[in-house]
Design a protein around this ligand. Structure first.
Ligand code: FRU
Length: 494
């Protein structure tokens, strides 16, 4: 094993011991120490779930990208494994960037990732060269392939840039390996390229899978491409987006394109939508579980909102809760992974609570909860103007979810959560007009809130770093409404 990886493994082992359990979320994965961004290599290997992540063990800022590594039996309780890769070779010494993994027929864990090498031109300007590389392992130790990189700039189609060429996602279909990878053209537009291989090591360029055509942002990062419910789904995370109504927001965003594959094997787009309508969600990856569920996990953070960070924390970056995804009426549906139910503790349930003003329900509080709130007008008319749930509330700081039944808009808000930076703290999302009825499922886990609206028709996520003792929850309405609340405390069983 090389020095850099050994050093990282020794460091993380020591550092981890200094981080008390209560300092982390209960269910949301955080880096073993230091910094985490994108989920990588989400896969099943020898019957266990494996997840890697973009990782700088040494500091809570982005830096030399390693691959951190965890495994799990149920996608909720993760166990840290030693760091899998460090940036050290002549093709990846400036970063082992994002990628994916798959179990091969002969029982190996095959990783495809992007190697980054910083170069300097004759004028002294730095530029990156990004190539696709392979590493092979046994679920713990990984060996970089001696013939790396396996896809370089000379396997690019005309007009493709060599600088932004990253994040390969591998899959197997009809006995062959394929990968889709992000690319920025020399004239500055995003596209995704497809390659294929018989063995996972020797790759041939197939085609441009899809072009952005200057619609959604610029470079498309971290693609994923899979069959689901009779459709073909493409996920990607565009940089530098412009807003479109309440569908897409400025900056780094997420994009889901639902379509089908024609007789020539080409992807035909049908519907485009955001994946997550909140503030913090990026670079999701999916797997197909043994029982046939497509499960997605994303980075519960956004590049444009890094200033949500608490300087006193020994870790930065967390993953979303894994979500079961499906397609209904041409749209993406997301639900919290059902295994979360195995972690339910005390349950509080109230039916037909009339809310007219400010309302607190006894025992409805906490920072690790899975709570579903059903709201409806009290009569046949729209009897209320606004509904609000406040949470992580200590009387001074709080965050909120607001529903405006007239506009059919849900807003999440962390403006008063205690953060002192002028970053985005609110986001709105247009939801189905159901005459004032709405279902809000809220999952709180110490430093995050994920909101599943109307059985997963839309999801809004955000990080909140309010003091952990802020546990208050209250409900408010202008006018009069009726609600049911079912709250399950979440706890880790020993
Ligand atoms: C997305 C991303 C990827 C890249 C990685 C680097 O968040 O920019 O495109 O591989 O992060 O850490």
């Amino acid at each position: 094993m090389n020095d850099k990886l050994l050093k990282a493994r020794e460091y993380e082992c020591k550092k981890e011991k200094t981080i008390a359990e209560g300092f982390r979320p209960l269910f949301h994965l955080t880096p073993r120490c230091g910094w985490m961004n994108d989920p990588n290599g989400f896969s099943i290997y020898k019957g266990k779930y494996h997840l890697f992540y973009q990782y700088n063990p040494y500091e809570t800022v982005w830096g030399p990208m390693h691959w951190g590594h965890v495994e799990s039996e149920d996608l909720i309780d993760w166990k840290y494994l030693p760091a899998a890769m460090a940036p050290e070779t002549d093709y990846d010494k400036d970063g082992c960037f994002s990628g994916s993994a798959i179990e091969t027929e002969d029982g190996k864990h095959l990783i495809l990732y992007t190697g980054v090498l910083r170069k300097q031109d004759e004028n002294g300007n730095f530029y990156d060269v990004q190539t696709q590389c392979v590493a092979v392992g046994d679920g713990r130790d990984y060996e970089k392939y001696e013939m790396n990189p396996v896809i370089t700039g000379d396997k690019l189609p005309e007009g493709a840039g060599k600088i932004d060429f990253r994040d390969p996602k591998i899959w197997k279909e009809n006995g062959k390996y394929y990968l889709v990878v992000g690319n920025k053209t020399v004239d500055g537009d995003g596209q995704l390229l497809q390659y294929s291989s018989d063995d996972g090591f020797n790759w041939n360029y197939d085609k441009i899978l899809i072009k952005n055509n200057r619609r959604f942002g610029v470079m498309w990062e971290c693609p994923d491409y899979f069959a689901l419910d009779g459709k073909r789904v493409l996920l990607t995370s565009p940089q530098d987006m412009l807003p479109e109504g309440l569908e897409f927001h400025n900056g780094n965003g997420t994009l889901c394109i639902i379509g089908s594959v024609n007789d020539e094997g080409d992807f035909c787009e049908e519907n485009c939508q955001a994946v997550d309508y909140g503030i913090d969600f990026y670079a999701p990856q999916t797997i197909r579980t043994k029982d046939g569920r497509q499960v997605m996990i994303g980075w519960l953070q956004n590049w444009d909102a890094l200033a949500i960070k608490r300087e006193d924390f020994p870790w930065f970056g967390q993953m979303s809760l894994p979500r079961e995804i499906s397609i209904k009426n041409g749209r993406l549906i997301q639900k919290p992974i059902r295994e979360i139910k195995n972690y339910y503790g005390k349950r509080v349930s109230r039916q037909n609570v009339i809310v007219t003003d400010d309302c607190v329900l006894s025992s409805v509080e906490g920072r690790c909860i899975d709570m579903t709130v059903n709201v409806r007008p009290t009569g046949s008319d729209l009897s209320y103007g606004k509904f609000e749930i406040r949470f992580a509330d200590n009387g001074k700081e709080y965050s909120s979810i607001e529903f405006d039944p007239v506009e059919s808009v849900v807003k999440i808000d962390r403006k008063h959560s205690g953060n002192r930076r002028a970053i985005v703290h609110q986001r709105r999302c247009k939801v189905a007009d159901n005459n004032g009825e709405i279902t809000l499922r809220v999952i709180l886990d110490r430093y995050s809130m994920e909101l599943f609206i109307n059985d997963g028709e839309q999801v809004m996520s955000m990080g909140i770093f309010t003091d952990i003792k802020a546990e208050g929850i209250s409900f408010r309405a202008s006018g009069e409404l009726s609600m049911d609340v079912v709250m399950n405390e979440l706890e880790k069983k020993k």
